[in-house]
Design a binder for this molecule. Structure first.
Ligand SMILES: Nc1ncnc2c1ncn2[C@@H]1O[C@H](COP(=O)(O)OP(=O)(O)OP(=O)(O)O)[C@@H](O)[C@H]1O
Ligand SMILES: [Mg+2]
Length: 279
């Protein structure tokens, strides 16, 4: 189990001790959203350290994906504040938040099936390797030099998951596990400082999940970025997450280290209660 020590910030949020000399990469304060009469997320408070692997868990329908949708401005919050690198993201749209440093993957795979693996990664590189339409249509020297940089960068990113050999295959023809890995690579192409992964291990077999676990840590160690993941696979969450928040019916019912979360009666109740309902 992960044994990182968490420390309290003056604002009363916790981040890993290792990151405590810098402001958190993300701070959500009293975040909430209503859909008509339904309060999907309420009073969501959380800080994430600059190099933290954070977890967001909870039963189905608890509001986890909605939190990601709020952080990435798929939905504008009804209440609360999101600080990214100490800057308020109020009024920003999805693309602006992406440029400011948040990248994500989706619970359901969203790739361009008919494009190749390499082309899918290049779509994500827009932040760092822009050439204009004029260069593109006329195939100017600037286009070719940018194109070469993009090609090399795409292969470099693919090599994290040992996928450079699949660069010319159509994304839609890849096995499921490889498609999920490709989504992560594509997200990394936007140079995020915070990577959000929505159920990255869903549908993976145990050996793929173990490999994914290693790779998530490798991504953090290589890029020194923060990662927040939603996941139902508890072995993955407890092994690699440092700070964990538990959502139930849109509210955080527990926060802490993996050890604290596993010993928390409210968490056990939320999961066991759910199991009983399912029976
Ligand atoms: N656009 C929307 N309009 C109305 N209700 C929504 C919308 N998006 C989400 N909800 C509702 O908000 C609640 C939380 O959904 P959400 O998808 O965030 O749950 P989750 O924790 O990600 O669940 P799962 O583990 O099944 O993915 C659910 O009741 C859902 O039906
Ligand atoms: Mg979800």
């Amino acid at each position: 189990m992960n044994k990182t020590k968490l420390v309290n910030l003056p604002s009363d949020y916790q981040i890993p001790e290792r990151d405590s000399d810098k402001t958190p990469i993300l701070e959500a304060r009293h975040l909430g959203i209503d859909f008509g009469g339904l309060t999907a997320v309420d009073n969501f408070n959380m800080a994430i350290g600059r190099t933290e692997i954070a977890g967001l868990i909870g039963p189905n329908g608890a509001g986890k994906t909605t939190v990601f949708n709020l952080l990435t401005k798929v939905y504008q919050p009804t209440r609360g504040t999101i600080l990214l690198d100490s800057k308020d993201t109020a009024g920003m749209n999805t693309e602006q938040v992406n440029r400011a440093g948040i990248a994500r993957t989706f619970q359901n795979i969203r790739l361009f099936d008919k494009l190749t693996v390499e082309e899918n990664v290049k779509v994500g590189l827009h932040n760092s390797t822009l050439y204009n339409m004029f260069d593109g249509i006329l195939r100017t020297p600037r286009y070719w030099s940018k194109e070469k940089v993009a090609h090399e960068r795409a292969l470099e990113l693919l090599s994290i998951f040992d996928m450079q050999g699949m660069a010319n295959q159509k994304a839609g023809s890849l096995p499921y596990g490889a498609q999920r890995r490709l989504e992560i690579v594509r997200a990394l192409g936007t140079n995020p400082s915070l990577l959000l992964l929505d159920e990255p291990a869903a549908g993976m077999n145990p050996s793929e999940t173990a490999e994914l676990m290693d790779n998530i840590q490798k991504i953090r160690d290589t890029f020194m970025i923060a990662i927040m993941l939603i996941e139902h696979d508890m072995s993955l969450v407890m092994n690699i997450c440092e700070g964990i928040a538990v959502l139930n019916y849109g509210k955080i019912i527990a926060k802490g280290t993996p050890e604290e979360i596993q010993a928390n009666p409210a968490v056990i109740e939320a999961y066991l209660g759910k199991q009983k309902e399912d029976e």
